[in-house]
Design a protein around this ligand. Structure first.
Ligand code: AMP
Length: 420
């Protein structure tokens, strides 16, 4: 017997309803904000991720599924969606079509992480990228879009954490101040923090190890070190969010694990997710397009984890049952079964979700099966009904029955079932 690889999971029928709902709501909400879907390959050249995410990040150093293909090319299963979108945006000249491009994607991502609840090696992200606007309106709209999406899904008790990590002008100042502050306690910080101290001091703030936490309690406020332009951008963004009625917490430790972020970083977190509490993460990345060979293009985006959204929805709703067929056909006898098979086909083409018995069971067994499917109606079609050219429609919740002439069956069922 085989089992699925560690860190992956099967999405079983009792869960798939949540996935469909999340995808449907995402398509609807994104289209209200004028986003269009883009689908990119699941693997890309390894260099694309090295250059964009950054060589010294956890993702690139430890987590990529990288392999050589038979032509000796180094390819990587995509660990995230932004770099492929930007690659495609540049390669296909999307920047020439519109000043601002709004693109979204849905699909599997791959990271060799230590699996735990809400953390997988193959997981799914839905994300948006707004390319071409440097205005803080774009950041505000992106965050508002995330909040709107989760509201629409009925995900409650989420909070928005926000920060600014500055730009190439003020980042060195921010990093220097942080280093000064941490330097006297460096020996007490963990190995990872020490390794990051020289090359990526900001990433130290991401450390979750208990031993390091006391040393972060009074870190210098990043806002005090932002340049005027970054400070103005951040202030405007906070003002717009407040006007939009979006509550947020400024979290000066929110730096995120990918190198390409500049200015705004944000996360939407849930207290229903345990240790892996971020459902959505994103931010601005004003230099990435140029770094990947395109024209200088400011951009902002986010991605959320579908598995984590499903965990919260499940907890909220116990079980959103997979959609049951509205109608179950219970034929009795060979001829009736064959005729039912054709009726089934006709009803499905008329838009009725239906199923029939394929086991030649007794009426009792078939009604039991209809109940197991939780179908609203059962159509009983025995020899006697066939002779009179009728079928019996039974409402399962109260046992009410009506006879429907076969030649009116489709119309009758379409009317009855669509009225629900
Ligand atoms: P990131 O691309 O790291 O900014 O992550 C964005 C979102 O993707 C997170 O907030 C999670 O919801 C989801 N995510 C990231 N990594 C994983 C993972 N290994 N397993 C499940 N979901 C993940």
């Amino acid at each position: 017997m085989f089992s699925n690889p560690r860190g992956t999971k099967d999405i079983l029928p009792d869960e798939i309803g949540y996935w469909h709902r999340i995808e449907k709501v995402a398509h609807q909400v994104f289209s209200a904000y004028n986003y269009q879907e883009l689908r990119t390959p699941i693997f890309e050249s390894t260099q694309l991720f090295e250059r964009s995410i950054g060589n010294q990040t956890d993702i690139v150093e430890k987590e990529m599924y990288t392999f050589l293909d038979k032509g000796n090319r180094s390819l990587t299963l995509r660990p995230e969606g932004t770099a492929p979108v930007v690659r495609s945006y540049i390669q296909n000249g999307l920047h020439k079509q519109q000043q601002v491009s709004k693109l979204y994607y849905c699909g599997p991502m791959f990271r060799y992480e230590r699996p735990q609840a809400g953390r997988y090696r193959q997981f799914h992200q839905i994300g948006v990228e707004c390319l071409g606007s440097a205005l803080p309106f774009a950041d505000a709209e992106t965050i508002a879009l995330g909040v709107h999406l989760f509201d629409e899904l009925g995900l409650s008790d989420l909070s928005v954490n926000i920060n600014s990590v500055g730009c190439s002008v003020c980042r060195p100042v921010i990093e220097e101040r942080l280093k000064q502050y941490l330097s006297s306690n460096l020996s007490a910080l963990c190995e990872d923090c020490n390794a990051r101290f020289e090359s990526r001091p900001l990433r130290i703030l991401d450390c979750k190890k208990p031993q390091c936490q006391p040393y972060f309690s009074a870190i210098p406020n990043i806002r005090d070190s932002l340049c005027q332009a970054c400070n103005d951008h951040f202030s405007s963004l906070l003002e717009y969010l407040a006007e939009l009625g979006i509550e947020f917490n400024i979290n000066p430790r929110l730096v995120r694990g990918l190198d390409y972020y500049s200015r705004t970083t944000f996360e939407i977190i849930s207290d229903k997710l345990g240790a892996q509490n971020a459902i959505c993460g994103g931010g601005r990345y004003d230099t990435l397009v140029e770094k990947l060979g395109g024209p200088a293009t400011p951009a902002v985006g986010f991605a959320f984890g579908v598995e984590r959204a499903v965990i919260i929805l499940r907890e909220l709703e116990d079980a959103l049952q997979t959609k049951a067929p509205n109608l179950f056909i219970a034929p009795l006898g060979e001829n009736q079964r064959t005729k039912s098979f054709y009726i089934l086909n006709e009803l499905r083409r008329a838009g009725i979700q239906c199923e029939m018995d394929y086991t030649s069971g007794s009426l009792k067994a078939q009604l039991k099966q209809a109940n197991r499917y939780r179908s609203e109606y059962t159509l009983i079609f025995g020899e006697e009904e066939a002779q009179r050219e009728v079928a019996i429609l039974k409402k399962m919740i109260n046992g009410d029955q009506v006879e429907v002439p076969l030649d009116q069956l489709v119309d009758y069922l379409v009317k009855t079932i669509n009225q629900q």
